[in-house]
Design a binder for this molecule. Structure first.
Ligand code: SAM
Length: 293
């Protein structure tokens, strides 16, 4: 679509969105009482949702793959920002409300099912942004899946994800902190991860016990000569015994202690002091040593 035609169609869609009833009314009309089993804590504050939708940057004309739209609060915000949204929702009760949203916006396609089983790259297309406010267990499983894609850069352009605060802190943690661990290295060795905004528990309906935060992740270049498998093996061993010296914890990975020495990483250090760049150097040195054998 040409730019002027796209702008006109988006502003018509926005008029359709503005005419929608408030989310509380939608929830009541469709009987969407939050289900604990599905980890449902809804966000209803439009201003907050618009701030979250701004985290990935300008979404006008962009595709966003949303996981777990529920009654559609974040979905509405993404649509207000001008995005085309492909959303996957497991709770069939939400589908009629989402169908109304699809009708009003003309820019939403809903997939009914479990996000863990969807071929997202095929559904959303290369270059899509991902946005989600998910239950803790599903959110971390999907994050690991999106971060461990072999082909890099991956099909997704950015991840804007809500986590409980403690998990968000682990994703963006720097070495030396208690939060720094496997998850930090996994998220940072070929991506840039930042804490975009804290979200108070009182913003959710019903409020969860813990605070939350939105994390924003964008792919960076993959360092040469390093595989995801090598990073996973080294971080699993090193952080599996995080209080022990590398000399002890890395014994589980054949050749890793010698590789640490060769890479200039003192084996008397502990995993939590080893930077992401040092883990990358260690993985590269180990891979090179293995190829020499
Ligand atoms: N996005 C909405 C919001 O911000 O108000 C709802 C958030 S609620 C925390 C999580 C949503 O994810 C629920 O609608 C739940 O049904 C959905 N969900 C949970 N597990 C899912 C899965 N495996 N695949 C797709 N959706 C899932």
């Amino acid at each position: 679509m040409r730019d002027a035609a796209r702008a006109a169609s988006v502003s018509e869609d926005k008029a359709g969105l503005a005419a929608l009833p408030p989310l509380r009314e939608v929830i009541k009309r469709h009987g969407l009482a939050a289900s604990k089993a599905l980890g449902q804590n809804f966000l209803l504050d439009e201003q907050l949702l618009d701030r979250i939708a701004r985290v990935p940057g300008d979404l006008a004309g962009a595709t966003v793959y949303e996981v777990g739209p529920g009654p559609g609060g974040l979905t509405r915000a993404l649509l207000r920002a001008g995005a085309e949204v492909v959303a996957v929702e497991r709770d069939a009760r939400c589908l009629p409300a989402l169908a109304e949203l699809a009708e009003a916006s003309g820019r939403l396609r809903v997939i009914s099912g479990d996000a863990m089983k969807v071929d997202e790259a095929a559904e959303a297309g290369v270059g899509a942004h991902i946005a989600a406010n998910l239950p803790y267990n599903v959110g971390t499983a999907l994050l690991v899946r999106w971060l461990t894609i072999d082909a890099w850069p991956p099909w997704w352009r950015s991840l804007t994800l809500m986590f409980q605060r403690e998990v968000a802190d682990r994703i963006v943690a720097a070495p030396g902190s208690d939060a720094y661990g496997r998850f930090s290295v996994l998220a940072q060795w070929r991506s840039t991860a930042r804490l975009a905004m804290p979200v108070h528990r009182s913003a959710f309906v019903p409020p969860p016990k813990v605070m939350s935060a939105v994390v924003h992740i964008t792919p960076a270049n993959q360092p040469k000569g390093v595989t995801i498998r090598a990073i996973e093996q080294l971080t699993a061993a090193a952080f599996g015994q995080r209080r022990k010296m590398l000399r002890q914890s890395l014994k589980a990975v054949p050749g890793a202690v010698a590789a640490a020495e060769a890479a200039g990483i003192d084996p008397s250090r502990r995993a939590e002091t080893v930077s992401v760049a040092e883990f990358v150097t260690l993985a590269r040195t180990l891979s090179a040593a293995r190829q020499d054998c």
